[in-house]
Design a protein around this ligand. Structure first.
Ligand code: ATP
Ligand code: MG
Length: 431
């Protein structure tokens, strides 16, 4: 997307052509950022191989890491152990983020010392144990040496904290966050892989605003683990219980209540994310009804569907024929974005991109040939031939030629040719 909100004519972000769908996707991204789409749904509809899944994933990249994006394939809901609606609900809640702002007591500063203090092992064996840890922190105003629990040493090693880094330690929980390297060292290396942060001002001990991003599902899962008493039997019971059934509706209602309270108090803020359901025609009537209701609830993400079906029957309700296999009432709520098949030059551009991505060297003739092949069969087939062609060329010890591509296409059939073989000699296969 450029500044005018149009998709650029050429390739960008690994996508080619499909201008209108990408422009629409760009608008969707803007609306999501402005939180104007919560509870709404978008449908990508178009023939197979026209980039629906690719565009949806591009949307997630565009949104960045701050907006939750939960991809799923509709057939995931069919499980023998867990209810369909339960899986839908879980993914729904994975797609709803919560930004929690808390003020916490922290120690913050540039690390000037990390010294594990060792004592003789009290059990009398060899080696030493760490009795406590001394961490020195420096700010613009002063320094402070903290005596810390040895378990924090593990966190320090995990976060790869070194002298010269800026960190903060939460006063009540001991959680360590590394913020970056102190900018005094910015001139140390030429490669700027590090994030440099200024030396903190004020005292070492201070109150700090901490922002955390979590999803509602994280909350559900975290709170479902601590159930049950402390006696052995209930602990064994917890081990045996499959984790998936632990999150109950009651727990969710409870969490919603707490979340509502936080939101009212201004501590937390909802971040509606995106739930992406690929191959949506695989859902059945029950799921659709459930989705419909969930979309209407107060807390709901943006749902993006994708399908390559035209008029087809709704699963579980075979006499109901409707566009894309989606019931009319739900269809009515959707913004539909169409994707169209690619022309030859777009196919060529896509093939070129894919070849570059896989570091496969192809000259223009070969690309033309593959694009030609792709338009006769499918784009996917042409893309899939890239790797076999590379392999053959390596065996022969030369560059990829048109002959090699032809050879690859003779070794690997596309579905039309395979169907033809079946039509001609199908009686030899087991029926
Ligand atoms: N505009 C594009 N630019 C670059 N690559 C593309 C583009 N469109 C599709 N592709 C590539 O073509 C292949 C097929 O695309 P994709 O998987 O998105 O199709 P789809 O529309 O989801 O098809 P289906 O309905 O069968 O799921 C992928 O490898 C994808 O990366
Ligand atoms: Mg797809």
């Amino acid at each position: 997307m450029n500044d005018q909100g149009d998709a650029p004519d050429g390739a960008s972000a690994g996508l080619v052509g499909q201008k209108e769908a990408r422009e629409a996707a760009g608008i969707v991204v803007d609306l999501i950022r402005m939180k104007k789409l919560a509870g709404r749904a978008v449908l990508f509809a178009g023939p197979s191989g026209t980039g629906k899944t690719a565009i949806a994933l591009a949307i997630s990249q565009e949104l960045g890491t701050k907006v939750p994006f939960c991809p799923m394939v509709a057939s995931e809901v069919y499980s023998t152990e867990v209810k369909k609606t339960e899986i839908l609900m879980e993914n729904f809640r994975r797609a709803i983020g919560l930004r929690v702002r808390e003020t916490k007591e922290v120690y913050e500063g540039e690390v000037i010392e990390i010294t594990p203090v060792e004592t003789e092992n009290p059990l009398g064996s060899y080696g030493k144990t760490i009795s406590h840890l001394i961490v020195g922190l420096k700010t613009a105003k002063g320094t402070k040496h903290l005596k810390l629990d040895p378990t924090i040493y593990d966190d320090i090693q995990r976060e790869k904290v070194e002298v010269g880094d800026v960190i903060y330690i939460e006063a009540n929980s001991g959680t360590i966050m590394r913020q970056g390297r102190c900018d005094i060292y910015a001139a140390e290396y030429d490669l700027e892989a590090e994030e440099y942060v200024p030396l903190p001002k004020g005292d070492v001990r201070k109150t700090r605003k901490v922002v955390q991003d979590i999803t509602l599902h994280d909350l559900d899962a975290a709170n479902s683990k601590t159930q049950g008493g402390k006696d052995i039997l209930s602990m064994v019971g917890q081990l045996l219980k499959p984790r998936k059934t632990e999150i109950t509706d009651k727990l969710r209602t409870e969490i919603n209540r707490v979340v509502d309270k936080y939101i009212d108090e201004g501590i937390a803020e909802l971040v509606p994310g995106v739930l992406f359901i690929d191959e949506v025609h695989m859902l059945d009537v029950e799921c659709f009804t459930y989705l419909h209701r969930a979309l209407e609830s107060k807390i709901s993400p943006i749902v993006i569907f994708s399908t390559n079906r035209g008029m087809s029957s709704v699963r579980g309700h075979e006499e109901m024929i409707s566009p894309h296999g989606i019931p009319f009432d739900l269809l009515d709520r959707l913004l539909i974005i169409k994707t169209v098949p690619y022309n030859k030059s777009e196919q060529k551009d896509i093939l070129r991109l894919k070849a570059e991505g896989e570091e496969i060297v192809l000259d223009e003739n070969c690309l033309d040939h593959l694009a030609e092949l792709g338009s006769k069969t499918t784009l996917r087939y042409a893309i899939q031939l890239l790797n076999p062609a590379k392999q053959i060329s390596q065996i022969q010890g030369g560059a990829i030629t048109i002959d090699i591509i032809t050879e690859a296409s003779q070794l690997f059939f596309d579905f039309k040719r395979s169907a033809k073989v079946l039509a001609e000699g199908g009686d030899k296969f087991i029926k």
